[in-house]
Design a protein around this ligand. Structure first.
Ligand code: PLP
Length: 462
């Protein structure tokens, strides 16, 4: 499809993230060439709606000249400024101020990273430092949630609870613990919201007791679990977990790398539950993917404890590219765009998306539809009564992605037959309707897949 040289060059030299290398060598790369709004064009000229905003990050959509201008202006004036040695740059300082202004509660202190994984890594380092500063070094145990994703750094990947990130990597570490997910569609306690909240609270309480209440440093949760399959907790779940942590002097970290910047509606999903975490991580929508950047937002008491604990000593955590001025300039411009209409459009488009996807429930393969705002999932099953997933022989991740691609739609197809959606907030009604329509075409074609048909017959089509 593409010039052989590029395909061969890729095969020979480019290692792709989270890929089966052997499968990639066999199937080759699809080269993306350009993009505008919510539409991506590949190297052969094929146009597709990007229903996943890159990797749930291009929240503003592609091709905003004002973002390009902001980056170019900053590159011309000052392409790099270290934040070491007491130095700084105007855009980074301003962006920190803007984020602190808008973040929930007293999350007034901002540590800029390069993305989400190092933001998580940064929280782990700061949390250890915090407990040491409080004279409680034994508080060194961390808890997160099954199906959670907290990045791919050596330690963060141990908080992540997806098997591929552990197998063969010697993870998780013995100080990293998990509680079951709230996953309403497949929760052993059923889908009653209060029952799910109670079960999660009981699981956290039990985990804390097993570890020893005086040993637990922090609990990590995504307001909506993204990479685990877009798992939306019942309303009140995040608040209940936050309150439990407060009562037990456990730091609560909200990982908003996906949910931040309009993905679920507001700038921060935590504000939908009216909670203030001790630390909040973000990335992706912060710069809308135009350049890399992440951030850790820290509450007053965490910052003060660390500052007091360190006294005159340097807190030894930093990156060459911390608070990068070009990324910060992009962040400032992106924030302006969010607040001059994009967030509002995202709310409208998100409601239409959810309504459209709900309309797919009548399809024989659709077991569940869930989401909030511009973050959604459709879970496929071959047996609606027993919720039997698509068989592995049907290669859901690859074949469904390929079918959607042929239909002019990029979605995320998870290996267990869950389809993930995170379109840019700029989507028009027509584009949202096309996402839904192309999904239905993709589902109809999946119904014809011989491996799916076999599994459907085995389940007698319930
Ligand atoms: N945390 C969450 C919730 C994420 O979804 C991701 C990435 O998808 C990360 C952390 C890691 O971010 P990055 O890929 O920018 O390192």
């Amino acid at each position: 499809m593409y010039s052989n040289s590029l395909t061969e060059l890729d095969r020979a030299h480019l290692i792709h993230p989270v890929a089966s290398y052997r499968s990639h060598e066999k199937h080759g790369v699809r080269v993306l060439a350009s993009a505008k709004g919510a539409t991506v064009t590949d190297a052969s000229g094929k146009q597709l709606i990007d229903g996943f905003a890159g990797l749930w990050c291009v929240n503003a959509g592609y091709g905003h000249e004002s973002i390009v201008e902001a980056a170019a202006r900053q590159m011309r004036e000052l392409p790099y400024a270290t934040a070491y040695f007491g130095l700084g740059s105007e855009p980074a300082i301003r962006l920190a101020g803007e984020l602190a202004d808008r973040a929930p509660g007293d999350l007034n202190h901002v540590y800029f990273t390069l993305g989400g994984s190092d933001a998580i890594d940064t929280t782990i380092r700061f949390i250890r430092y915090y407990w040491n500063a409080r004279g409680r070094p034994e508080r060194d145990q961390f808890i997160s949630v099954e199906q959670g994703y907290h990045g791919s750094s050596t330690v963060g990947a141990g908080l992540t609870a997806l098997p591929a990130f552990h197998a063969g990597f010697g993870l998780p570490f013995d100080w990293q613990h998990k509680i079951p997910s709230h996953y309403a569609y497949r929760n052993p306690v059923g889908d009653d919201p209060q029952a799910i909240i109670d079960a999660s609270l009981a699981a956290l309480k039990s985990k804390v007791e097993t570890i020893g209440p005086e040993r637990v440093a922090a609990f990590y949760a995504e307001p909506i679990q993204g990479s685990g399959g877009v798992l939306v907790p019942p309303k009140g779940w995040v608040k209940a977990m936050r309150e439990f942590c407060r009562e037990h002097d456990i730091l609560f970290v909200a990982d908003e790398v996906i949910t931040g910047f309009g993905r679920t509606g507001p700038l921060f999903a935590c504000s939908e539950e009216g909670i203030v975490p001790d630390l909040l991580t973000t990335a992706k929508g912060l710069t809308s993917g135009y350049v890399p950047m992440g951030a850790v937002l820290m509450s007053d008491h965490v910052y003060e404890t660390i500052a007091e604990g360190a006294g005159a000593a340097a807190v030894g955590h930093g990156y060459t590219y911390s608070a990068h001025p070009v990324s910060a300039a992009v962040g400032l411009e992106v924030l302006k765009l969010y607040e001059s209409g994009l967030l509002d459009n995202g709310v409208r488009a998100g409601a239409r998306l959810m309504e459209g996807l709900e309309g797919l429930r009548d399809h024989p393969l659709v077991g569940d539809v869930r989401g909030r705002g511009m973050l959604a999932a459709v879970e496929l099953v071959v047996d609606k009564v027993n919720k039997t997933p698509l068989p592995a022989s049907a290669e859901p991740a690859r074949r469904i992605f390929d079918r959607a691609w042929e239909n002019g739609l990029i979605i995320r197809a998870f290996g267990n037959g869950v389809l993930g959606y995170a379109p840019p907030l700029c989507c028009t009604e027509t584009e949202i309707d096309a996402i839904v329509e192309r999904t239905r075409m993709t589902l109809d074609e999946t119904l014809e897949d011989p491996d799916v048909r076999r599994a459907l017959r085995a389940g007698e089509y319930r």
